[in-house]
Design a protein around this ligand. Sequence first.
Ligand SMILES: [Zn+2]
Length: 389
Amino acid sequence: MLVLRAARLFDGVSSELMARPLVVIEDGLIGGVEPGPIESPSDAEVVDLGDVTLLPGLIDAHVHLGFDASTSPVARMRSDSDATLLLRMRLAAQRALGAGITTVRDLGDRNYLGVTLRDWFRAGAEPGPEILAAGPPITVTGGHCYFMGGEADGELEVRRGVRARVKAGVDVIKIMATGGHMTPGTNPRLPQYTVAELRAAVEEAHRLGRLITAHAHGPAGIANAIEAGVDCIEHCSFRVDRGRQPDPDLIQRIAERGIAVSPTVGSAPTTRPGVSTLAESFLPILADMHRAGVRLIGGSDAGVSPGKPHNVLPYSVAFLGRAGLTNVEALAAATSIGAEACGIADHKGTIKPGKDADLVAVEGDPTRDLGALLNVRAVFRGGRRVGVK
Ligand SMILES: [Zn+2]
């Protein structure tokens, strides 16, 4: 049994921080959470973390462990052997964990290496984040991220694609509803699949008990994904030929249907100029979505560029704060709300008895300043303290 003491605790939901919390950890789970100067059980090891805020381990709902955050992650992935790629993914996962990101949803690997790595960490030889793996994203022939190996055309192939992924052990299905920026020859602003094809994927995923998330940039692809009944939309950036064109009706339907949106915003500071103007133009759209009641969650697209290293999630959370979410709402997006959207709220996302003891301690108070998420002092994964990076 392990008992943690800290100055403050954010439980993932409540806007009231708990002062001087005492968190009991037993068998990797949270056994109890008590406020104030309560006596620790006598047989427990007590760790006083000092002047820190304890939070649920962060959840990054959109990463690519197989992308190395270089200037050419696709070329590197394509030239890597599976063995090299797996080692690269292991480093990326450990970097996330060291930053307090205790769960990552990998939305695109090659040859199910995310499943392999998930199982390796679960076997317990070394600590790693919880990985929710999608395997190769389902995409049209030559479509966005086709080089990951997930090409499928027509309703039958899409259904077969979902079945093959479930057979391989994925946690979630990812489908490319539009083209993407990393794949020349595809168009992010236009749909790749028809509503019928997307619906076939959704039906099959749900029949097999998996959530399905759709990558979509342009409004028509977003509309198709909504119509097909996906559980989550990645990016949802309303990209058109010149900038962005948000559609209030689509935003309303996303909210009404309870579809989560993982906007993959926020970047670590880099020396490369020119990226930020377009990013800034997303702020008012996110604000509109938030006002309409859309569930925004913390997702970063970690790995895709130098501004997106595998510990980038705090910048995504800060971006949500700038888009009009309160700091508590932004923190919930990367903890409790993210857990709900990823279907893991029964054991992740809040500091409550019975949940996994995935915890992060940061200096300062992130409900006052989201920048505090960058000052990680301790990380616990399944009740075990892991190294901070
Ligand atoms: Zn992505």
